[in-house]
Ligand binder design. Sequence first.
Ligand SMILES: Cc1ncc(COP(=O)(O)O)c(C=O)c1O
Length: 395
Amino acid sequence: MSYWQELEHKYYMSTVERVPVTLVRGQGTRVWDEDGGEYLDFVGGWAVNSLGHCHPVVVEAVVGQVRTLIQTSNQFYTVPQVRLAELLVQNSCLDKVFFCNSGAEANEGAVKLARRYGKLNLGGAFAVITTMGSFHGRSLAMTAATGQSKFQQPYVPLPDGFINVEYNSIETIKAATTSQTCAVMLEPVQGEGGVNIPDDDYLAAVRQWCDLKGILLILDEIQTGLGRTGTLFAYQQSGIEPDIMTLAKGLASGIPIGAILATERASVFTPGEHGSTFGGNPLACAAGYATLRFIIDNDIAGNANRVGQYLIDGLESLRRKFQFITDIRGRGLLVALEFSSDIAESIVMACLDRGLLVNRLKPNALRFMPPLIIGNEEVDEALSILDKALSTIIS
Ligand SMILES: Cc1ncc(COP(=O)(O)O)c(C=O)c1O
């Protein structure tokens, strides 16, 4: 264990099982450790470094903004905040934006907005239907929203007002809807839950049900948004539009930011009803504007779509060679590889030894969520390392 890793054990709360590497530098699709070891990064800051590490447009925007104005109170208008909000609205189906600092905070705010809507328009309805296998964040309310008992059990009792139902089943949503329901909250593709892709007609059926009942549809696009799944937002692949959408992760390519977007109708907050000290500060919004502008102007979503398909095709070739690969699924550059047994940890370590970072999604599955700017060459390199890593497994 290195000096820094020993210090970490002494001083840092043990909330995560770390990979035994201390990263000190990143550039593009690569990162380097304290001993100069180089890695191709297919974790991408956990689906955050959409433009890779230290992309020039992000660096330039951040450095310029740091020298100009970093933080103000939200009592004042600031230019980067308005520019990013305008760009998001111009490129989505939503009308209004609120910025915060993380995904969990964006989802908390979205649920507060839906409850406010319920109070004003649905006779005080407050309950939100979410799905099993979802992941919506680590705050107490979002732990209740997250339909996975491993996240909930250590913290019971949890806040009321969330009902977790089976994913990809409109019938369970219908059965759980009561006069107290104000919204349904879903990921268009479940990320943390396993890169679970619902049937093609699922989101349309949920949209139709919400319209029938007059309740809101909140899409959590924190992992799927900003080009990750091959379109700017994943909802664009399903032919429906949400009333509320949350974003975070890739929005500023690594600078912390979250966002709630809502239609005019759902945008019911009035002054004082919600807020965030750092939310939407000039620094984060300048990074967000530079990132989003680049994603749109360079069709980075299209790149994710093409390169993601190339990655899936390459993984299919590996499946023909390694019988223990049981499933490959994904959209754009959010891809999972599943095995017949719990070998994911060994594969992660075997890839690490050979210079590739991948995520252990489950004991028997890996996830790939590289920067959206990668090309086929990086995929070839990753597949070649993965091939060698998979060869270490005696099946
Ligand atoms: C779909 C989804 N929602 C919410 C979150 C929580 O985001 P954060 O960790 O920024 O609070 C995540 C994080 O992985 C996520 O994937």
